[in-house]
Design a protein. Structure first.
Length: 131
Protein backbone atom coordinates (compact mmCIF):
# COMPACT_ATOMS: atom_id res chain seq x y z
CA UNK A 1 0.00 0.00 0.00
CA UNK A 2 1.38 3.41 -0.97
CA UNK A 3 1.93 6.03 1.70
CA UNK A 4 2.14 9.77 1.25
CA UNK A 5 4.03 11.90 3.73
CA UNK A 6 2.77 15.46 3.88
CA UNK A 7 5.66 17.84 4.53
CA UNK A 8 5.53 21.46 5.64
CA UNK A 9 7.61 22.36 2.58
CA UNK A 10 4.99 20.89 0.24
CA UNK A 11 2.19 22.62 2.13
CA UNK A 12 4.02 25.97 1.89
CA UNK A 13 4.68 25.47 -1.83
CA UNK A 14 0.95 25.03 -2.48
CA UNK A 15 -0.22 28.19 -0.65
CA UNK A 16 -1.46 31.08 -2.75
CA UNK A 17 -0.66 34.37 -1.04
CA UNK A 18 -2.38 37.74 -1.44
CA UNK A 19 -0.77 40.06 -3.97
CA UNK A 20 1.71 42.36 -2.27
CA UNK A 21 5.28 43.00 -1.18
CA UNK A 22 7.23 40.31 0.64
CA UNK A 23 10.80 39.81 1.81
CA UNK A 24 12.19 36.70 0.14
CA UNK A 25 15.39 34.70 0.20
CA UNK A 26 16.78 32.76 -2.74
CA UNK A 27 16.30 29.25 -1.40
CA UNK A 28 17.83 27.39 -4.32
CA UNK A 29 19.10 27.71 -7.87
CA UNK A 30 19.07 25.28 -10.76
CA UNK A 31 19.91 25.61 -14.43
CA UNK A 32 17.40 23.98 -16.74
CA UNK A 33 16.83 23.82 -20.47
CA UNK A 34 13.87 25.37 -22.25
CA UNK A 35 11.71 22.70 -23.83
CA UNK A 36 11.33 24.77 -26.97
CA UNK A 37 14.93 25.23 -28.10
CA UNK A 38 17.23 23.95 -25.37
CA UNK A 39 18.37 27.42 -24.29
CA UNK A 40 19.39 27.88 -20.64
CA UNK A 41 16.87 28.85 -17.98
CA UNK A 42 18.22 30.16 -14.68
CA UNK A 43 15.61 28.97 -12.19
CA UNK A 44 15.39 30.31 -8.63
CA UNK A 45 13.17 29.14 -5.80
CA UNK A 46 12.27 32.14 -3.67
CA UNK A 47 11.04 31.70 -0.09
CA UNK A 48 9.08 34.27 1.93
CA UNK A 49 11.10 34.74 5.11
CA UNK A 50 8.88 36.85 7.36
CA UNK A 51 5.26 37.58 8.19
CA UNK A 52 2.12 35.49 8.02
CA UNK A 53 3.20 33.70 4.85
CA UNK A 54 6.72 32.81 5.99
CA UNK A 55 7.87 29.64 4.24
CA UNK A 56 5.83 30.04 1.05
CA UNK A 57 7.99 29.35 -1.99
CA UNK A 58 7.67 30.38 -5.61
CA UNK A 59 9.61 29.94 -8.82
CA UNK A 60 11.36 32.74 -10.70
CA UNK A 61 13.25 32.14 -13.91
CA UNK A 62 15.43 34.12 -16.28
CA UNK A 63 16.10 33.00 -19.82
CA UNK A 64 19.55 33.28 -21.37
CA UNK A 65 17.75 34.67 -24.42
CA UNK A 66 16.21 37.51 -22.37
CA UNK A 67 18.66 38.09 -19.53
CA UNK A 68 17.42 41.67 -19.13
CA UNK A 69 14.40 40.28 -17.33
CA UNK A 70 16.76 39.38 -14.46
CA UNK A 71 18.47 42.76 -14.06
CA UNK A 72 16.04 44.09 -11.45
CA UNK A 73 16.24 40.82 -9.49
CA UNK A 74 20.04 40.65 -9.48
CA UNK A 75 20.32 44.33 -8.47
CA UNK A 76 17.78 43.84 -5.67
CA UNK A 77 20.02 41.00 -4.41
CA UNK A 78 22.92 43.46 -4.13
CA UNK A 79 24.77 43.28 -7.45
CA UNK A 80 25.76 46.46 -9.24
CA UNK A 81 25.13 45.88 -12.92
CA UNK A 82 27.36 47.58 -15.45
CA UNK A 83 28.13 46.62 -19.02
CA UNK A 84 30.75 43.89 -19.18
CA UNK A 85 30.14 42.44 -15.69
CA UNK A 86 30.07 38.64 -15.50
CA UNK A 87 27.51 37.07 -13.17
CA UNK A 88 27.36 33.58 -11.78
CA UNK A 89 23.60 32.94 -11.51
CA UNK A 90 24.23 30.35 -8.79
CA UNK A 91 25.91 32.98 -6.56
CA UNK A 92 22.53 34.42 -5.54
CA UNK A 93 21.54 31.51 -3.31
CA UNK A 94 20.74 32.78 0.22
CA UNK A 95 20.54 36.42 -0.97
CA UNK A 96 17.55 38.42 0.27
CA UNK A 97 15.45 41.01 -1.49
CA UNK A 98 11.97 42.43 -1.64
CA UNK A 99 9.53 40.97 -4.10
CA UNK A 100 6.16 42.14 -5.38
CA UNK A 101 4.03 39.04 -5.89
CA UNK A 102 0.96 38.85 -8.12
CA UNK A 103 -1.47 36.03 -8.71
CA UNK A 104 -0.98 34.13 -11.88
CA UNK A 105 -2.05 30.93 -13.51
CA UNK A 106 -0.21 27.99 -15.04
CA UNK A 107 -2.15 25.33 -16.95
CA UNK A 108 -5.36 26.46 -15.24
CA UNK A 109 -3.92 26.36 -11.70
CA UNK A 110 -3.35 29.50 -9.58
CA UNK A 111 0.21 30.34 -8.67
CA UNK A 112 2.30 33.04 -6.99
CA UNK A 113 4.16 35.06 -9.61
CA UNK A 114 7.16 37.26 -8.68
CA UNK A 115 6.56 40.46 -10.73
CA UNK A 116 9.22 42.89 -9.57
CA UNK A 117 12.05 43.18 -7.07
CA UNK A 118 13.60 45.82 -4.81
CA UNK A 119 16.31 46.10 -2.17
CA UNK A 120 14.74 45.27 1.17
CA UNK A 121 16.07 48.32 2.96
CA UNK A 122 14.16 50.61 0.57
CA UNK A 123 10.49 49.51 0.90
CA UNK A 124 8.43 48.03 3.74
CA UNK A 125 6.72 44.67 3.26
CA UNK A 126 2.97 44.25 2.99
CA UNK A 127 3.01 42.74 6.47
CA UNK A 128 4.75 45.81 7.92
CA UNK A 129 2.33 48.18 6.19
CA UNK A 130 -0.66 46.32 7.67
CA UNK A 131 0.76 46.48 11.22
Amino acid sequence: MARITITQENMDRSKIIPPGKYVVEVDSYEEQQAGTDGSALYVYQLKVIEGTFKGVTMRYQVSEKAEGMGYEFWEACGTKLVAGVNLDPAAFTKKKCGCFVQRGEYKGKPQNVPQSFYKIESTPTTEAVRA
